[in-house]
Design a protein around this ligand. Structure first.
Ligand code: SF4
Length: 291
């Protein structure tokens, strides 16, 4: 299948068939993100999508999982999305789940009954980049929505019945905003109650606005131990009913995984022990040179 590269997918979609139904990200303005800078956003024509599905059918008819790329496939008009999902479940008889990234504005712009229709048609899980629960930080990084709007977007996804997986970014507030980022993100997540949280570490990408600010000394990156401290603050403030918390992305210094609330004490105790005596733990050496 021909893809417009580069192609991104969440780590948990490693074994999914990737179907690129949109190109790029309709927002494409976050100061820390360089993922789709080279792409002009567009929703693919139905004929193009159908041709891709035919090609995928020929080589992966038994697929059980499909991820709809690129940055926010949910931007697709509701009728077209419903038609697409129908076509996918008809073409791939063993299909169990279809997932995609969602931008907060996609969730805010569609009425909840349309989101429900999309969910009922078989889009099972949405990945939402929350990044931070702080209004100030979301504004600084040009996320395009306020903290209240981000919360509303997540709540709408839940109300419509989607499994909700969110990503948050430690370090997004820089050194001075580290505690604020941790605490306000936890407060938002407590209200949103996502099913999955992936905590990533901010890693500035060259040629992004944030990277250039860092180079000019206008943004100070937190160091590895400060990143672990930020995670600890976040976990200490999280109060979730049933959530899988993962911190196992390539950007993370210490892999962490646990069910919340059950594993919260274990995770915070581990972070506390590492912060007290980092030399005793195997932290990712490529990132820890600065210690
Ligand atoms: S972080 Fe997400 S919403 Fe922001 S520009 Fe990147 S892909 Fe688009």
């Amino acid at each position: 299948m021909k893809y417009a590269m580069p192609l991104f997918r969440p780590p948990s979609e490693a074994f999914s068939l990737i179907l690129q139904v949109t190109i790029g990200c309709s927002h494409n303005a976050c100061t820390f993100c360089g993922m789709y800078k080279m792409k002009r956003f567009r929703i693919k024509e139905w004929d193009e999508i159908e041709a891709d599905i035919r090609e995928a059918e020929a080589c992966a008819r038994d697929t059980e999982r499909i991820f709809l790329a690129d940055g926010n496939a949910l931007a697709m008009e509701t009728g077209m999305m419903v038609k697409l999902l129908g076509k996918l479940y008809e073409t791939f008889p063993r299909l169990k789940r279809v997932t995609s990234y969602a931008g907060p504005k996609d969730l805010l712009e569609k009425p909840v009954n349309e989101l429900m229709l999309i969910r009922e048609s078989g889009l099972t899980m949405l990945y939402l980049g929350v990044e931070s629960g702080s209004d100030q930080i979301l504004k600084e990084v040009r996320k395009g929505v306020s903290a209240a709007e981000m919360l509303e977007a997540g709540l709408r996804a839940k109300e419509a019945g989607f499994d909700l997986s969110v990503t948050v970014l430690t370090g997004l507030g820089g050194k001075s905003g580290s505690r604020l980022n941790a605490v306000e993100t936890a407060i938002m997540l407590n209200k949103m109650q996502p099913d999955y949280i992936g905590a990533l570490t901010l890693t500035p990408t060259p040629n992004t606005v944030l990277y250039n600010k860092m180079k000019k000394g206008e943004f100070t990156l937190i160091d590895p131990l400060e990143s672990l401290q930020e995670l600890k603050w976040m976990l200490e403030n999280l109060s979730l009913d049933n959530c899988l918390f993962r911190c196992n992305h390539a950007s993370n210094y210490l892999p962490l995984k646990g069910k919340l609330p059950e594993d919260r004490e274990r995770l915070t105790a581990l972070l506390g022990a590492v912060l007290e005596n980092p030399g005793r733990y195997r932290l990712k050496p490529e990132y820890m040179r600065g210690l």
